[in-house]
Design a binder for this molecule. Structure first.
Ligand code: DGY
Length: 324
């Protein structure tokens, strides 16, 4: 029997591509050509190949117009990401296309990234690195690049899901006090963390804010000027969730005025575009969306995608990780 055709939008780890080619008639993108940024082109390629599945990734242009233009042959879109704000779920539902993602396997790696940013921002590691590379470093000095310790500081986790809870575990090793804000209290998962039922109570209580909320309209520009004012002077902001949840102009103003001491960002509104206001600021650490970027995690994410695709396309079963 012919293998189902699978359209793969991005270059994936070699072992994942090899397995995809073994199990499916995989149409790969070995050069990582950027056609995935054009929804019409995704639909055109899916139609040309008569694809039954699409192995997509974060940032692919899978909006309503693209999904409506997909050929009837497409039964599943498996995204190589936990986030699915790049996919119009309502349009997929209308077309009867199953959407799956890759939760769990990237929680630790993404928390590691948040932890890295939190430390880099507190200890001015970006500035220090730039100083050494510039050749301008004159040697140790008692008052050079003084940061703040995180020991015993209050960490506020916005979105106490798997990633937020992994970060809480790491922060406990620094004796940080954990606070969290979520739609509801999660008593069984708290492990001593303090829940807040209001933004003002939460933001006013913490020294570091780490954001772990999904993208989409519900969280758009959540961290705005009003909420930044609720934070203590000298607090730190970290975002490894989605860039759209930060009002960039408001955060840049708060970083300039010193109300916010420093920020560590891995995600950007409209990425790969980065608001130019961040680029000239010394007190912001900028990473290129590295949250899940470890060899182990990307391998595991690929396996999750193939499990989801295999269930639907090879065995006619419900996929293990469908997005609802
Ligand atoms: C995700 O999985 O949603 C990340 O942002 C990409 O690793």
């Amino acid at each position: 029997m012919a293998k189902p055709v699978l359209l793969v939008t991005r270059k994936l780890p070699d072992a994942i591509e090899a397995r995809a080619a073994e199990e499916f008639d995989a149409r790969l993108n070995p050069g990582d050509e950027p056609w995935h940024l054009d929804g019409a082109e995704i639909a055109r390629r899916a139609a040309e190949a008569r694809a039954e599945g699409i192995l997509a990734a974060a940032g692919d242009a899978l909006g309503a117009a693209c999904i409506r233009a997909l050929p009837d042959s497409v039964r599943i879109i498996a995204t190589f990401s936990v986030g699915y704000d790049h996919i119009d779920l309502a349009a997929a539902r209308e077309r009867g296309i199953v959407v799956t993602n890759t939760p769990e396997v990237l929680s630790f790696a993404t928390a590691e990234c948040a932890f890295t940013l939190m430390l880099m921002a507190a200890r001015r590691a970006g500035e220090g690195e730039r100083l050494v590379r510039s050749g301008q470093w004159k040697g140790w000095a008692p008052t050079q690049l003084l940061g703040v310790t995180l020991e015993r500081k209050r960490l506020g986790i916005l979105g106490f899901g798997r990633i937020g809870r992994e970060l809480a575990g790491m922060a406990r090793a620094l004796s940080m006090e954990i606070h969290y804000r979520d739609v509801r209290r999660l008593p069984d998962l708290e492990d001593g963390a303090i829940w807040h039922d209001s933004d003002a109570g939460f933001l006013g209580a913490i020294d570091v804010l780490s954001m772990h909320v999904p993208g989409g309209e519900g969280t758009r520009k959540w961290l705005n000027a009003e909420r930044l004012r609720m934070m203590r002077k000298g607090a730190i902001v970290v975002n490894t969730g989605r860039g759209s949840s930060v009002d960039d102009e408001a955060l840049i103003a708060a970083l300039r005025s010193g109300h916010i001491r420093a920020a560590g960002l891995d995600v950007y509104d409209g990425e790969p575009r980065v608001n130019p206001g961040y680029l000239g600021l010394e007190n912001v650490v900028l990473l290129p969306h590295l949250g899940s970027a470890t060899e182990e995690t990307r391998q595991a994410m690929g396996e999750r995608c193939l499990e989801n695709l295999g269930a639907v396309l090879l065995r006619g079963e419900a996929p293990p990780r469908a997005v609802r």
